[in-house]
Design a protein around this ligand. Sequence first.
Ligand code: TTP
Ligand code: MG
Length: 384
Amino acid sequence: MILHVDMDAFFAAIEQRDRPETAGRPLVVGGNSKRSVVATASYEARGFGIHSAMPMYMAMEKCPHLIVIPSNKSKYAAVSGRIMTLLNGFTPLVEPVSIDEAFLDITGCERLFGSVEKICVAIKDRIRQETCLTCSIGASHLRFLAKIASDMDKPDGIHIIERKDAPEVIKTLPIKKVPGVGERAMEQMKRLGILTLGDISRIPHPILEKKFGKFATDLLNFSRGIDPSAIGTGGPMKSISSESTLESDTLDMVVMKKHLLAHAQRVGRQLRAKGLLAGNVTIKVKFSDFTQISRQTKPTVPICASTAIYREACTLFEQTAKDRKIRLLGVGVSSFSTPDAPVQLELFDNIDQRDERWAVLDRAVDRISRRFGAESITPASLKY
Ligand code: TTP
Ligand code: MG
């Protein structure tokens, strides 16, 4: 049995806990400048139609007495760490997937606790005692259904999808609830007449594959009640990203590339600090009308140099709409491997002298950054 534990209104709940006078009141976490967005909203604020990623000015319009608290990431990360440690007390098979959620494989624990429901209650009690926070838990024999289930009785809920009920849940599950189905996929799904996960089984595999690539196999498996992904305990990190809202919406390529470079550097620094290589580079672009796209590419070999990440990000960026004003830019990396993996040979076979020099430069810059702070050393100009 797999559990998915997801904290309720995580950042906002921590701030409400630490400021008792705000309990039960509409509160959001985020910057309070005109261009900030809401990181998350308390459930009281959600009652006013406020949600994550909403521009702050819009949130304030919807609720004039809204309490706005600046984000304190290190505090939230510390709480997250405590929660993950505590979950490890229930089973060693814990896979943290973001700052406020984790999968747990509790197969075999039922004998100790009595039933799945009792384990869920015990976990919720333990988290409440330790952190004074609530969470919601979903349970299913399938990982993807556990994630969907944790959202079904939010906040402070437990939702168990029994094995015998899974086929009916799958048949009627709105396709947008399936993890991995974003806005772009939704459009394609609509065109194919797919409204529920059950509808997937009607579509021939080659058509699904043409439209959704590798994801087609997951979709087909999910629709048949198969989810072979095990709970990975390798650690929380699946991707590293950095993004920011620009000071004003812009069409200026130089400004945008400066931002891409800054993000590529931040991401590269974190990647190298963890001794990892990235097999995927992603950019995220939000336009002035708030529509958003993300694009990804696979470098020919896994990379970790900031310049290489920047080059990939720039190529992706140049392929996207350049004639629309841009509001937000981000760069991310994923598909990690370590230099010890077999890919190493290929990596060094392919590396050219220029990349080697960049690697030396990166190492020097990383040393300076560690000593004097992340922003202490930045490039003076752009080559592009
Ligand atoms: P979520 O689990 O998506 O949201 P939540 O915990 O605030 O609310 P819910 O009860 O619906 O689970 O995200 C966890 C935290 O991640 C959230 O508290 C703040 C942060 N976050 C952002 O900073 N920006 C975002 O756009 C989202 C969705 C989350
Ligand atoms: Mg949450």
